[in-house]
Design a protein around this ligand. Structure first.
Ligand code: AMP
Ligand code: MG
Length: 311
């Protein structure tokens, strides 16, 4: 069911869940201070309760309502990348719901760069927990149609068009200790580790007690159809038959099966990746053959998603 902005705000204030657009993927949103609403997110997604939720806020002035520390490096990263596809994992204030943070000592925060999401956050005055609006381990949704196909017609969806970034946010944790503040990369995304390092002005630290990012399961972002990843086009072609479908990145020889081809451009592949996998999954093929992206740092986030999809 589609809802407009005012209806979405009313539902969220009433403790209901609404699927909302962000620039990364569609999120299944609920008031991040309402434990009953948060429990509905876990129930609808069938997500394990030990997998914490990212809290979406309207701007960085709200960080200190959630985080016990907003250290200089975290402030620099927020100033450089928000609104945008970067999630900061920071020490949580005691007041933060144990449900939203799945009993972790940390809270994950992000300001999304989607005009409708920002209006929703600002006009409602809410902070919204919003994991991807799909069932646990399945493909993330990047359109309202994906949300409805995965969660059913009864889910309220705020339509903000197709997601511009297309894959989940980069996650970075920042903590303080006696030697200053330290950052670590917890999940690859379209904001690269090199870009984080440039803004932080220092490299990631290997901490003796690293911050935990529970819920990074090997099987994730997965089509229902069995899926295999190939680092070599020739090996993919050798495996192909008419009951397969193939996803190719860039030009070259083609296998003997339905082919989905993406330009060899990182941002284009990210934007179209889940929609293409949703389409391939709908074919009823026996096996999806996926060509791995080039082995280069800018492709790491795509490689991470495809490796999990084929896990
Ligand atoms: P997503 O499922 O894309 O919304 O991303 C959620 C992921 O963010 C979780 O699986 C964790 O890896 C990470 N995360 C969220 N909240 C926290 C937290 N409080 N502490 C550490 N990691 C978190
Ligand atoms: Mg997800």
């Amino acid at each position: 069911m589609r809802v407009n902005l005012q209806k979405a705000i009313a539902k969220l204030k009433n403790g209901e869940v609404v699927a909302i657009p962000t620039e990364t993927v569609y999120g299944l949103a609920a008031d991040a201070t309402n434990d009953d609403a948060l429990r509905q997110i876990y129930a609808i997604k069938q997500r394990p309760m030990d997998n914490p939720l990212i809290v979406h806020i309207g701007d960085s002035s709200q960080v200190t309502a959630w985080a016990a520390e907003f250290s200089p490096t975290a402030q620099k990263l927020a100033a450089a990348f928000w609104p945008g596809p970067l999630t900061l994992v920071l020490p949580a204030k005691n007041s933060v719901s144990q449900i939203v943070r799945a009993n972790q000592p940390t809270v994950a925060l992000r300001v999304p760069a989607h005009p409708l999401a920002l209006r929703l956050l600002k006009e409602s005055g809410l902070a919204l927990a919003a994991p991807s609006a799909n069932k646990f381990t399945q493909l993330s949704p990047t359109t309202p149609a994906h949300v409805t196909a995965g969660l059913g017609e009864d889910i309220a969806v705020l339509d903000g068009g197709a997601c511009e970034v297309g894959i989940e946010s980069t996650i970075v944790s920042v903590i303080n200790n006696a030697n200053g503040d330290h950052w670590q990369l917890l999940r690859q995304g379209m904001i690269s580790e090199a870009a984080i390092e440039r803004i932080a002005g220092k490299a990631a630290t290997a901490l003796s007690q690293p911050i935990k990012a529970p819920g990074q399961h090997a099987l994730h972002y997965s089509p229902r159809t069995p899926t295999r990843l190939f680092t070599n086009r020739g090996a993919l072609i050798a495996q192909a038959n008419t009951h397969c479908a193939a996803l190719l990145i860039g030009e070259g020889a083609q296998p003997n099966c339905p082919v989905f081809k993406l330009n060899k451009n990182v941002a284009d592949v990210a934007r179209q990746l889940y929609d293409t996998l949703h389409k391939m999954d709908a074919l009823g093929a026996d096996l999806l053959l996926i060509e791995a992206p080039p082995n280069a740092p800018e492709w790491l986030a795509i490689l991470d998603r495809l490796t999990r999809a084929a896990s």
